[in-house]
Design a protein around this ligand. Structure first.
Ligand code: ZN
Length: 206
């Protein structure tokens, strides 16, 4: 047989035939290109809403602390990111151009930090949708890209979004991790404060 033989699509549960020289059908190839894996699907803005409002409360609560202040400064610096290593690819240049577009549309360091935390919280709550680092980075980059509106012909490709995600994650990873942990701890404390057991402890046996 020739190498043009078509095989069934390798994505689980897909009954389509793979494209020539591909393990996947056209639709699943599209998902891989767009999301980094065959099962990837689009994270909608409404999916992020709840996480955005929770993170926003967390950031407001700790607004005057050093970690949050420094994170906002890092956010500002990230918006001015330019590739600095010796070999600069066109993907890096596109990512730098995208950062500057985002900045020029009035997005601040705080906005960037809020969005990054919200997307990362969403990813943590839906691990099965982001099985690899690649899928996470693309999702983060796309979530940040969506802070601004772009005409559909001007939308960056997944490689550029991945670079954007990587750069932001490098700068804010530790902060995001600690803030989300802080928020979880606060929530746990509130849960204990208002638990049935807590009521029982001080109850008078009238
Ligand atoms: Zn398929």
């Amino acid at each position: 047989m020739t190498s043009y033989t078509r095989t069934p699509c390798a994505a689980g549960g897909c009954s389509s035939t793979g494209r020539v020289r591909s393990r996947f059908c056209a639709m699943h190839e599209g998902h891989i290109t767009r999301h980094g894996w065959a099962g990837g699907r689009t994270m909608r803005e409404e999916d992020l809403r709840e996480h955005t409002s929770l993170v926003s409360i967390g950031l407001a609560r700790y607004a005057n602390t050093e970690p949050v202040q420094i994170a906002y400064q890092i956010g500002e610096a990230l918006l001015q990111w330019t590739p600095s290593w010796p070999v600069v690819s066109s993907t890096h240049e596109k990512a730098a151009a995208l950062f500057s577009m985002i900045r020029n549309q009035g997005i601040t360091g705080r906005d960037l930090v809020l969005r990054t935390c919200a997307v990362m919280a969403f990813i943590r709550a839906h691990r099965e949708r982001f099985p690899t680092r690649l899928a996470e980075d693309i999702a983060l980059g796309r979530g940040i890209r969506r802070l601004i509106t772009l005409p559909s012909y001007g939308r960056p490709n997944a490689r550029t979004l991945r670079t954007l995600g990587l750069v932001v994650r490098d700068g804010l990873d530790r902060f995001v991790f600690m803030l989300l942990k802080r928020m979880e701890t606060d929530e746990e404390r509130a849960r204990q404060t208002f638990s049935l057991a807590a009521f029982d402890k001080g109850a008078t046996n009238a």
